[in-house]
Design a protein around this ligand. Structure first.
Ligand code: SF4
Length: 241
């Protein structure tokens, strides 16, 4: 069984083309800006047979076109890597492109197999500096950076995703640290710079939790473009999403 939080059909945001996005339950990080705090509890969500997800993906395959497919997001999908591995094999046997949207912070043999099998990894790096990463997510970034290095060494294509959080990851030195750390990687097909947003704030209220970034403003278009310009000094393909 997989514990599923929710689904999005025809998603255009999490990987190439039109995609079925499956948000899985459970996460090892505690990002201050998390827009899906209700996905963090590993015991939440709906227990779901993998065959049900396979059937949904096959039903939606005509809409995926040449580039689309399925994306497992969350939460942190590697939390359920052991259950995902056989499903990913079946999806690929059915000719469906598989993306994993991950913070890269979990590592075990099942996660390694999951990344080996997947067609594309969307690697969310929240901060390149370990201490500032800890301030933002409650965890260090050691494994995330190791995961990036593993993907590079094993020739696995990935997209790097970076959220520009005012006061936490938007300083020029933060952005340059990311470029200096990962800029030479050949397997990074694109860098997606994502704006900070407050769309999940109502969930904190509903869950009776404090939203710790209350009062943090959103990025201006100029700030996003300036950050993208800096990243373009290190990476050939940077887009603001
Ligand atoms: S890694 Fe994603 S799901 Fe987990 S706390 Fe951070 S933003 Fe939320």
């Amino acid at each position: 069984m997989l514990r599923v939080h929710s689904y999005e059909s025809m998603g255009t945001f999490d990987g190439p083309g039109l995609r079925l996005v499956v948000f899985l339950q459970g996460c090892n990080f505690r990002c201050l800006y998390c827009a899906n705090p209700d996905t963090i509890d590993a015991c939440g969500g709906t227990p779901t047979k993998p065959e049900e997800i396979l059937r949904m993906a096959i039903d939606q395959k005509p809409f995926f076109g040449k580039r689309g497919g399925i994306t497992f997001s969350g939460g942190e999908p590697t939390f359920q890597a052991a259950a995902l591995v056989p499903l990913v094999r079946q999806l690929q046997e059915a000719g469906i492109h598989v993306c994993i949207d991950t913070n890269g912070g979990v590592w075990n043999p099942a996660v390694e197999e999951l990344f080996s099998l997947s067609d594309l990894v969307l690697l969310d790096v929240k901060q390149a500096d370990p201490q500032r990463h800890n301030a933002l997510t409650g965890r260090d970034n050691v494994q995330t950076l190791r995961t990036a290095a593993w993907l590079e060494e094993h020739g696995k294509p990935f997209w790097l995703r970076y959220v520009l959080v005012p006061g936490y990851s938007d300083a020029e030195e933060d952005i340059r640290a990311l470029g200096q750390r990962l800029g030479g990687y050949k397997q990074i097909e694109r860098v997606e710079l994502l704006p900070y947003h407050t769309l999940g704030v109502h969930k904190y209220e509903a869950m009776g939790q404090e939203y710790k970034l209350a009062g943090t403003r959103e990025n201006t278009p100029q700030e996003l473009e300036h950050a993208a310009e800096i990243l373009r000094e290190y990476f050939p393909n940077v887009i603001v999403n």
